[in-house]
Design a protein around this ligand. Structure first.
Ligand SMILES: C[S@@+](CC[C@H](N)C(=O)[O-])C[C@H]1O[C@@H](n2cnc3c(N)ncnc32)[C@H](O)[C@@H]1O
Length: 422
């Protein structure tokens, strides 16, 4: 029996979430590689992903991968291929910058034991949500809870009930007043579930609609657009998201090997990794692209609405755009090498001897200072006890005016880089 029949509050004008298109980082183009003749082609193959424009068939949006946006996600086909190529059968794989959990999900599908850390608490609960196998009964219960939340918010809207707490000034700027009240009611009901295991999932569904309901143009944009949202729309969108999540989790569940365990995910600083117990057979990860994003700023709304503490991320985020753009230019390269070096030292401690460290990283720039990820990784890796084995690179379009000149001699590229621990 399908536990998700008869969705309540479905807006007839709203497309199901899994059919909507969202921008994904550019893919496609020529790939060049160098290094070990057996392993370099494996890296090149990891960059060859499907650039689908049809959400319905898009592997990047398949099952749980399409549930919640996250800046600079790894393409699931890349993650899947890297796991297949570099992790032994049923091996232990770690993603220390796990973000939305792409590597962890793909590792689980292939029967590996998946371990993830991230300093962003949103990443931690999102990765946990996607990698915890659920029974049909658990998924039906999740949808019932969401219906309770929606009914509560709808009743309060009709009764013109006021806010349950004072709104942050920033929220008054970002949301229409009636949307704010609906979100407030949903949050109030979700919080009433206490330690219920569904609470995290419900909060993530709320998180997944926050930016869409706000005036913000997108997760990583500071631009605001005017908005006119009909009453009750926010609540219907939330409920639609939970139903969609339940379907996605069921789809994933059908792909997991029987007896799959949940992934182990915790908040930890990847430059220390104090909570992970090694050794692991492989590390597959995409560290932040230097000076490109501020995860703490991009997730500011989510952290506030989900009641999560962003202090550790604010203090420990590496590569943050804000930090690098405020640094004297002459210090940029050394600072990035130092941050990466700390991560390599932590990774060295946990990786088994000869084990692969596979990094997906793009070049970046601060003003006219270019940071070539492949060169810096090889140099820092060697200094920390890793042997650079191979890399594959693919050109990436670059439209950022203030750093355009930095890539005038050689275009910006994304790299798949393999190092092995000595
Ligand atoms: C490029 S994203 C990873 C995206 C991920 N591969 C995915 O598919 O969603 C980089 C991640 O590094 C995290 N991060 C930044 N500094 C960190 C640190 N010192 N320790 C752990 N995670 C950190 C950010 O929160 C972000 O989630």
């Amino acid at each position: 029996m399908n536990p998700f029949e008869q969705p309540a509050y479905r807006d007839p004008n709203e497309q199901p979430a899994h059919r909507r298109r969202r921008a994904l980082s550019h893919v496609g183009g020529r790939i060049e590689s160098e290094g070990d003749p057996r392993e370099a082609p494996l890296l090149a193959r990891a960059l060859e992903v499907t650039a689908s424009t049809d959400d319905y068939d898009d592997p990047a949006r398949a099952h749980v991968h399409g549930f919640h946006t996250y800046p600079a996600r790894m393409h699931p086909e890349t993650a899947s291929w890297l796991v297949r190529s570099f992790v032994p059968t049923r091996g232990r794989v770690l993603d220390p910058f796990c973000g939305s959990g792409t590597v962890l999900v793909e590792a689980q599908i292939q029967g590996c034991a998946a371990f993830g850390t991230d300093l962003n608490p949103v990443a931690v609960i999102l990765s946990r949500c996607k990698t915890r196998p659920r029974s049909g009964a658990e998924l039906s219960r999740l949808v019932s809870r969401a219906r309770e939340c929606a009914a509560y918010a709808e009743d309060r809207r009709r009764a013109r009930a006021g806010a349950t707490r004072r709104f942050a000034h920033e929220d008054i700027r970002l949301f229409e007043p009636h949307v704010l009240l609906e979100l407030d009611s949903l949050r109030d009901k979700i919080e009433s579930f206490g330690d219920d295991p569904d609470r995290g999932d419900l909060f993530l569904a709320l998180s997944s609609v926050l930016v869409k309901l706000s005036k913000k143009r997108g997760d990583t944009s500071d631009m605001l657009d005017p908005r006119r949202t009909s009453p009750g729309f926010g609540t219907r969108m939330f409920l639609g998201r939970v139903e969609d999540l339940a379907h996605r989790l069921a789809d994933l569940g059908a792909q997991l090997p029987s007896g799959s365990q949940k992934a182990w995910v915790t908040q930890d600083d990847a430059t220390i990794l104090r909570h992970v117990r090694g050794p692991v057979d492989a590390i597959i990860t995409s560290p932040p692209y230097a000076a490109t994003y501020d995860y703490i700023t991009h997730h500011d709304i989510r952290l506030r609405w989900l009641g999560l503490d962003g202090t550790a991320l604010a203090q420990g985020e590496i590569g943050s755009r804000n930090a690098y753009w405020h640094m004297p230019r002459r210090e940029v390269r050394e600072a990035w090498s130092h941050e990466l070096g700390r991560f390599f030292e932590a990774a060295y401690r946990l990786l088994s001897s000869g084990g692969p460290l596979v990094l997906m990283m793009a070049d970046s720039a601060v003003g006219d200072v270019v940071l070539r990820a492949d060169e810096i990784v090889a140099q820092v890796g060697r200094a920390c006890g890793f042997i650079p084995v191979a890399r594959a690179s693919q050109e990436r379009p670059h439209f950022h005016g203030p750093t355009m000149a930095a890539f005038s001699d050689r275009p910006r590229a994304e790299h798949a880089i393999l190092l092995r621990r000595n």
